[in-house]
Design a protein around this ligand. Structure first.
Ligand code: PLP
Length: 394
């Protein structure tokens, strides 16, 4: 019989050790619960990393992928397919944006945004404007260029030379941004809530001032919504709660509930920048992923999004009410929640939570990060919080 340890042994024998994995081997899931090969149950407050927005065993999602697989699983982007056409239509209709490009992952979506900005500017102003400003503490992905965009020095190691043309400025400092975004700059790329950086929501007034500055200098304002998008924060995209109209917005993680899928959408101004031959990917808009994304998008009704807000507030309140020596601050939006810890290492808490039957994530240097499925029930939330309380109050 398969056990966690059997699977871990065979896996580690053949797979590169690029991840610091926990000794848990997932067998299957149901709702917001996961089961390992030793028969242990976990309340999943992680959803992969904010990917399994509909939880496990969602019937409409299984059916949509199955139906599409029976027809065809893939064709090239030389031809047209129905699922991708529908995904693009839903995204444009619900955001008011003009056009979508489909990719397969977050990093690839960041790459697309960067190419978009540089070509937009080059078409209009020539060679001079290639610099992109991003924020300290940001995370934009693991390709060489997405790492260069990422504003954390720990990611700027080993792989030299990194792509040129990125500058990082401190969060919340508008004058630093204005000083750095000079005549050689084409765009500003930010997350609205820094996810990997520690679940740090950006101040609304700061973001709005940035939007005005970008607009008046013809800098593209590009939002990386790989983690905040697809309903995670209680609106379809987080920018919709910030009162801004960015030029381009990326998405991935939660958009297809586990099928690799991503991309970005753009406004009218940017809609023809990437013409034939300038950008492409073999799998982008893949019909299985698009069929899965359409179920996620159809599920994220206004009522559902309102529930995400309520559940998020409920969790934040419950954690704040805990009598814990470790909780310094609780923050976030919707079901993207950061619990800033003190007096204990975040990884140690996650290990204890795992042992007790809760999966959770870390972020930044001291934050416990919760990204439960958006469909999580109050019964599942309470079960997970009870376990968390016992550990955080110990
Ligand atoms: C996870 C993440 C990425 C990278 O996504 P991958 O699918 O791992 O390439 C990029 N940006 C943000 C904000 C993310 O949270």
């Amino acid at each position: 019989m398969m056990t966690n340890q059997n699977l871990i042994n065979s896996h580690d024998q053949h797979v590169m050790a690029t991840y610091g994995r926990f000794p848990i081997a997932i067998s299957h899931g149901e709702g917001a619960r996961l089961y390992d090969f030793d028969g242990k149950t976990y309340i999943d407050f992680a959803s992969g990393i904010g990917v399994n927005s509909l939880g496990y065993g969602n019937k409409a999602w299984v059916q949509a992928i199955t139906d599409q697989a029976m027809k065809f699983g893939h064709t090239s982007n030389l031809y047209y397919t129905q699922p991708a056409a529908k995904t693009a239509e839903i995204l444009c209709k619900r955001t008011g944006y003009s056009k979508v490009f489909f990719a397969n992952s977050g990093a690839e979506s960041s790459e697309g945004l960067i190419k978009l900005a540089r070509k937009y500017s080059r078409d209009k102003y020539g060679d001079c404007r290639s610099k992109i400003v991003t924020l300290e503490g940001s995370f934009h992905g693991r390709t060489i260029t997405a790492l260069a965009a990422t504003g954390q020095d720990v990611f700027h190691q080993h792989f030299f030379p990194f792509t040129e043309g990125f500058c990082h400025v401190p969060v919340g400092n508008m004058s630093a941004l204005k000083a750095t975004a000079d005549k050689n700059t084409c765009a500003v790329l930010i997350e609205l809530i820094q996810g990997e950086g520690g679940v740090l929501p950006l101040d609304k007034a700061y973001v709005q001032e940035m939007a005005v500055f970008c607009q008046s200098n013809d800098l593209l304002l590009m939002i990386d919504e790989v983690q905040t998008g697809a309903g995670r924060t209680g609106s379809l995209f987080a920018f919709q709660q910030y009162g801004i109209k960015p030029d381009a917005v990326s998405f991935a993680k939660g958009i297809a509930n586990g099928v690799p899928f991503g991309g970005f959408f753009v406004n009218e101004k940017c809609s023809t920048v990437l013409g034939p031959g300038t950008h492409a990917t073999t799998y982008g808009g893949n019909p299985l992923g698009a069929a899965a994304a359409n179920v996620v998008l159809d599920t994220l009704t206004d009522e559902m999004l309102a529930e995400v807000v309520k559940k998020g507030e409920y969790i934040q309140e419950k954690v704040r009410a805990m009598n814990s020596p470790y909780v310094a601050e609780v923050r976030g939006l919707g079901l993207m929640i950061g619990i800033v810890l003190q007096n204990i290492a975040h990884r140690e808490i996650v290990g204890k939570l795992n042992d007790a039957g809760v999966l959770a994530l870390v972020a930044g240097s001291a934050t416990l990060r919760l990204l439960p499925p958006l469909t999580i029930s109050y019964e599942e939330i309470d079960a997970g919080l009870a376990i968390m309380q016992a550990i955080l109050e110990a």
